[in-house]
Design a protein around this ligand. Structure first.
Ligand code: PLP
Length: 353
């Protein structure tokens, strides 16, 4: 605390990311990174970028990257916004599109960065409880609001919401923006991207951090009607002219273009998820249905916090959330390689013996 801080800093409650422990031989299953490295084409593109041209600023509009993303989805470049990780994109979304006189709605259990942005930008919000199966019931959102945001599949539960439900929400909610945070959508959840040409108030955000194995490069994007995108550009150009550096742009373009590698690795992760779920169920874990590269599970008898600590003693890190109490017995476990899953199952068998 310091008298030099502005008022807003005094009241901030910053987001706490999963730890990046500096230990060797760690089985790291706590921050939903991809167990497979980025495509070789990405590595080559990054190497080519390590050149004299680094003395020049990058393209402030990232036009080539926007074109690569637009191509991938069959959209126009003016329907694409890019930023330094989807966290930055989301921050701009909160400020540009979700700050209104009515409260913003999001689920009581969802990405815990949302209330942090609300605090930063002074946005009033209302948390809508998930139902007993940790699902979003779109009927609960049918009242006047300043915007709606949730992750699909949701975080940290991994539970997907069907596209038909999202479309029914768009039909009843026409007066505010609906943001779907699709950080994990490529691991088996239906994307809402195809609805953006029909619904001018739908914005979809995605990231290259998970399914494209590039958490270290920091690139995320938003897709939506050009008027929504223009609002984001206005905020971005009042904040940082060059959020995408030369490496990030070159690497992200190569990642969007290497569809074969993307398909191969995401399918491997989905297959490993199926194997891990069976292994956990055999050890008497209850596992929520997942459309993500992680699962949310609790043991029938052992407490989540206790299990997480015992796994850590065996150099396996998973994520545990103390709050809200409804999820305090669950562990969020990232899908690693099949070898890592085996290490996890062996460690849990030993702990539970
Ligand atoms: C990982 C994640 C993000 C942020 O990803 P970036 O690495 O900032 O692109 C956004 N939303 C959810 C739900 C996430 O899990």
């Amino acid at each position: 605390m310091s008298k030099f801080w502005s008022d807003v800093v005094h009241k901030l409650i910053p987001y706490v990311p999963g730890e990046q422990p500096k230990l060797d031989n760690l089985v790291k299953l706590n921050t939903n990174e991809n167990p497979y490295g980025p495509s070789h084409q990405v590595i080559r593109a990054l190497q080519a970028e390590a050149a004299d041209s680094l003395r020049l600023y990058p393209d402030p509009n990232s036009d080539k990257l926007k074109a690569a993303i637009a191509d991938y989805y069959g959209l126009q470049t003016n329907q694409v916004f890019v930023g330094n990780g989807s966290d930055e994109v989301l921050a701009h979304v909160f400020q540009a599109l979700l700050k209104h006189s009515r409260p913003l709605f999001f689920p009581d259990i969802t990405y815990s960065f949302y209330p942090v942005y609300c605090c930063l930008y002074d946005i009033e919000y209302e948390e809508i409880p998930l139902n007993g199966n940790f699902e979003i019931d779109v009927k609960d959102y049918d009242k006047p609001n300043g915007g709606i945001i949730f992750a699909n599949p949701n975080a940290p539960t991994g539970v997907p919401l069907a596209l038909t439900e999202i479309e029914s929400l768009l039909k009843i909610n026409t007066e505010s923006v609906l943001v779907i945070d699709e950080a994990y959508v490529d691991f088996g959840t239906e994307s809402a991207v195809n609805l953006i040409s029909t619904y001018p108030n739908l914005l979809v955000t995605q990231t290259l951090s998970k399914a494209r194995s590039l958490a270290g490069l920091r690139v995320g994007y938003a897709l939506g009607h050009k008027d929504l995108i223009e609002a984001l550009i206005r905020v971005k150009d009042s904040f940082n002219s060059y959020p995408i550096d030369r490496f990030a742009e070159a690497g992200a373009i190569a990642a969007m273009q290497d569809k074969a590698y993307f398909e191969e690795t995401r399918k491997k992760v989905i297959a490993s998820r199926g194997v891990l779920v069976k292994g956990l169920q055999a050890l008497h874990f209850e596992v929520l249905p997942s459309g993500a590269n992680f699962i949310f599970a609790r043991h029938k008898t052992l407490a989540g916090e206790n299990l997480a600590a015992k796994l850590r003693d065996k150099s396996i890190v998973v994520r545990h959330f103390q709050k809200p109490s409804r999820i305090s017995n669950y562990l969020r476990i990232t899908i690693g390689t099949d070898g890592q899953s085996k290490q996890l199952i062996n460690a849990l068998s030993a702990i539970l013996k």
